[in-house]
Design a protein around this ligand. Sequence first.
Ligand code: NAG
Ligand code: NAG
Ligand code: NAG
Ligand code: NAG
Length: 593
Amino acid sequence: MDRYLCLFLFLFVTLFVEMRGGRDECMASNRCGDQGPLIQFPFRLQDQPRDCGYKGFELSCTENNQTMLDLPVPVKLLVKKIAYKSREIIVQDPDNCLARQLRKLSLAASPFHFKSERDVTLFNCSSDKTEPYSPYQSIPCLSIPGNPVYAVESSTLVRYLDLSSCRRLYNASVPYDGGFIFNGSAFSLKWSHSKICRLKKSKSTEPETECIKGVSKKIIVTGVIFGFLLLVLVIVMLYRVYSSNKVERENKVKVKKFLEDYEALKPSRYSYADVKRITSQFKDKLGQGGYGIVYKGKLSDEVFVAVKILNNSQGNGEEFINEVATMGTIHHVNIVRLVGFCADRFKRALIYEYLPNESLEKFIFSRAVKNYSLSWKKLQEIAIGIATGIEYLHQGCDQRILHFDIKPHNILLDHNFNPKISDFGLAKLCSKEQSAVSMTVVRGTMGYIAPEVLSRNFGNVSYKSDVYSFGMLLLEMVGGRKNIDVSVESTSQVYFPEWIYNHLDIGQELHSRIEEEGDVAIAKKLAIVGLSCIQWCPVDRPSMKIVVQMLEGEGDKLTMPPNPFASTVPTKTNLSKPRTVFQQELAIISELE
Ligand SMILES: *[C@@H]1O[C@H](CO)[C@@H](O)[C@H](O)[C@H]1NC(C)=O
Ligand SMILES: *[C@@H]1O[C@H](CO)[C@@H](O)[C@H](O)[C@H]1NC(C)=O
Ligand SMILES: *[C@@H]1O[C@H](CO)[C@@H](O)[C@H](O)[C@H]1NC(C)=O
Ligand SMILES: *[C@@H]1O[C@H](CO)[C@@H](O)[C@H](O)[C@H]1NC(C)=O
């Protein structure tokens, strides 16, 4: 507000100074001759512009350099002195016989009045009335021999006078200063338009008044401008009040919107009829698996969803509870958002945000198809995204969430190819302090399952099991193929992780699908991180936090991890068992395919 007030005052002062300045012709001191009284506003000389003075205050100079006041009635008076401070003008009759002008002299139409006056009646007599204590005042300048003229104060009881020899002439007001002034004596006239003038200290003996020039017009202009500025000020203040209200309103809207969004973030429950409507009677099928069928759906014109209808036959609904319980509470850019769920009698469905690019699986295993090929930079970004998402699951929530089914198929890609972890059907919640998780059945997908999940002989099941799965996923991203692929020509390449370990171990570079500078380094980095993650013993695997750091850092600082395939290290014969587990896995996979 202060800002506006200052601006306002500035404008006002500017205006005022502007109005005081200019019009030198009015400001210049004027006099008639060298001795005449100073002529200033509200007086003006007749040859000055009209707006220099006030109406009725016109003065003129006589040939003798005398100052003359021209009253509206054709009466002229000589000006002896103008006292601006006391608003008084000392005048006298130029012909030394004021009485002669008295009949015409009416001050009603002028701004002046006598400082002191008396009402009198004038008589033309034929005999002398000048006797001691006579009420008759002689007016010599009107008298002619034999016909003296007298004035009698009107307050005198005229009817008691002997007027036999006299004729009444007229009534008039006469200036009075202890006696009637009928001759050329000076007398005082006063004016009362004082409010339009301001007094100014002056070096000269006479106090000067300083007034706004052209008052009537200027005052209106000032008033209008001042009023306008005042209006502006008021508008500004009102606007301030309004806009502060507006801010309040906007805040309210913001909070409301937040609450709505927040509500929307929380997975909401839908009926089966809703699910049918959302999927338009299950029109658009996106995929199918052991868990059920996924359909594309539409919540609103803009919001598309993927609706997973869970198989009724499947289990006790644990998958459903897992998903809703874990995904419903978490929000992360690298985790698919659960928008809603449906639990209508035996019909169960999960509604996720829809990701147009489907799963990572399609991209890394379809490298032959040019359109699907991802650059090494993009692959690195995707790897970091997945790792960040898993780290969040492990560390970012109140309870630690173990996914147990990290694999390319469960990594969905949005339109920018940002990875999002999905499918929490096998997830388990545990406290962060808990170092081991009990598990009655094997969870996961062959090829990605950590050895300790398959058999407790290899250690405790923990968050490090997800690290293992991630390592496998990473190596598949590097290889652009399934880790176990019996269709490859060379048997040494059937198990890709082992092949790549040996490859890197003897200092060879990776040269597959290299297109740009830096690709070799990225490929090597991803491979080394992947191999670190698939270390046989859970304790040897890095945490996801370290994995993220490794992926984000420079690849050349990473050292080759120990050989995860311990059986190839002859000295550690006691670890030969794992090899058989792999072979078992391989056998199972081969059977499935
Ligand atoms: C009137 O005053 C002017 C100078 O102000 C002077 O030159 C002139 O002689 C004066 N006239 C008379 C009649 O005094
Ligand atoms: C007074 O009366 C006489 C005679 O009637 C006349 O001549 C004279 O002019 C009058 N004086 C005035 C001032 O009227
Ligand atoms: C003059 O004044 C007297 C008394 O005040 C009054 O009686 C008389 O009519 C007046 N005469 C004129 C001409 O106004
Ligand atoms: C006017 O008359 C008074 C007496 O009534 C006298 O004292 C004064 O000197 C006269 N003034 C002039 C300028 O004649």
